[in-house]
Write a protein that binds this ligand. Structure first.
Ligand code: NCD
Length: 360
């Protein structure tokens, strides 16, 4: 254990961005945007809404909705920037790539293997058919964000990232060496090793706070804890340690992406609970806390800046944080998306527990 810095210590970091955020749709948007705007200069909005954002038109409608919500938010950053990605399907065409590049907020595609996670039923079933799309993306400098897990039922849930790397990503990177790719929310040492192995600046890995702080014991020891269930699923301790070494390595290959994924409490605490951790309210503070725990506060700047450089987010805004504890609420009251007349609740990550760092 490293010596912790004393209470009251202040640090300054590049204003964080979140390169993987689920704002959801309908009644949740105002609340998720308000919370995110208190912490992030820019956020990449995930397109696995219901219905999914598969066209430029749907994307721009959603972008307007997010932007209006940020402007209406009483606190935080009214200038918060939203980056958009379209949901890649088997039907996506080269013409769509040519159209989307005309809109500066649209940065690329999100590739969900069909069946891999929440609202991924319209995702990709045959990656080879999309090679012409990737070729055009490479030519135009768009980003391919990938949920890097196979979804075949015979593959163990803890092995899905490892298998996907060999079956899909390695051939993809070989075929398109200058296509900008983000392996999102990597969860294993296999993801870390693969990203480190590929030279150049075209392949990045985003890492969530929960994969840095928790291993699968948080989910499974002492009873099943559904609020720690997410995809990719939390892995064993050696993988968490590898992720933390990667995030703090200052290599510029690993970037911030919270995967804040709110689901109503009733749907999480269920006999078939859905995947997703809600951390939009404390993600930055968690990154700081875990970097501090290994004596690597100095590496925060590289971690946050690497993603901003990759996605060309300019500006020299900074964020100050102080070592000062505060308590995370037990729940947040949110309208229920599926039944707006019902008062929904979200259970945040670290519900009822203390955080060690506070945004000044
Ligand atoms: N991470 C999750 O467990 N869930 C995400 C989808 C995703 O990013 O995989 C969601 O939309 O709920």
């Amino acid at each position: 254990m490293r010596a912790a810095v004393p209470d009251g210590t202040e640090i300054t970091i590049p204003y964080p961005c979140d390169f993987h955020h689920h704002f959801r749709q309908s009644t949740l948007v105002d609340a998720t945007v308000k919370i995110a705007s208190e912490r992030f200069q820019a956020a990449l909005a995930m397109p696995n809404t219901s219905p999914p954002i598969t066209t430029v038109e749907l994307c721009q409608e959603y972008y307007q909705k997010l932007t209006s919500a940020a402007q209406a938010a009483p606190a935080g950053a009214p200038n918060m920037e939203f980056l958009s990605v379209l949901y890649l399907t088997d039907m996506t065409t080269v013409a769509t790539v040519e159209e989307m590049v005309k809109h500066p907020n649209i940065r690329g595609f999100k590739y969900y293997p069909a069946g891999a996670t929440t609202n991924s039923a319209f995702g990709v079933t045959d990656v080879n058919k999309l090679y012409p799309v990737f070729s055009k993306m490479q030519e135009l400098g768009l980003v391919l964000c990938i949920h890097s897990e196979v979804s075949r039922i015979e593959i163990d849930i803890f092995d899905r990232e490892k298998v996907f790397i060999e079956e899909v990503i390695r051939p993809l990177v070989k075929a398109f060496p200058t296509l900008k790719i983000v392996m999102e929310h990597i969860s294993t040492s296999f993801g870390v090793d693969f990203i480190n192995e590929i030279p150049g600046d075209y392949l990045k890995g985003s890492i969530t706070p929960h994969h840095l702080v928790y291993n699968r014991n948080a989910l499974l020891v002492g009873g099943v804890k559904p609020h720690f269930y997410c995809l990719p699923i939390l892995k064993r301790e050696s993988h968490r340690v590898a992720l933390l070494e990667a995030a703090t390595s200052q290599s510029g290959k690993f970037i911030s992406g919270t995967d804040s994924a709110p689901h109503d409490q009733a749907r999480k605490e269920s006999c078939c609970g859905c995947a997703g951790v809600f951390n939009g309210h404390n993600a930055v503070e968690l990154y700081v806390e875990i970097f501090e725990s290994v004596g690597k506060l100095d590496a925060l700047a590289n971690f946050f800046q690497a993603g901003k450089d990759f996605y060309n987010i300019g500006g020299d805004r900074v964020m100050k944080l102080r070592k000062e504890s505060w308590k995370v609420p037990e729940t947040f009251d949110f309208p229920d998306e599926e039944n707006p007349d019902r008062a929904g609740k979200l259970v945040p990550l670290r519900a009822g527990e203390d955080m060690l760092w506070k945004i000044v």
